[in-house]
Design a binder for this molecule. Sequence first.
Ligand SMILES: [Zn+2]
Length: 132
Amino acid sequence: MPFIAPLLTVYMVFIALALGSFINLAADRVPRGESVIRPRSHCRECGRQLNTIDLLPVLGYALRSGRCATCRSPIGASAPLVEATAGGFMAASILWFGIWPGAAAGLAFVACWGLAVTALAARRYATDERTR
Ligand SMILES: [Zn+2]
């Protein structure tokens, strides 16, 4: 079954992209002391709950031209970059190490990426709070 490895690679990269989307959510909410579970993902400006198209990693940003579909407020270019980087870590890891242990190493890289992005966001949030 030579087609399994490419399929698994695509699947794991998609998982990493989705985890990248969660990293964005965590980086936005954790510094503010908010839950990462509730409420569901929404626009910070108008409160509209995000739908399936908005939540597509990288593609959702492109389809919405980087803006909220309702109030047109900018989303920020860091969102698709964080998602694409997570997917890139997984792809590179699988290409380098093979599907196993590449997928496991990729998940570890994505976890480190998530911690780094969230820590930087927390630091930035604390600095913004001090200067306000
Ligand atoms: Zn909005």
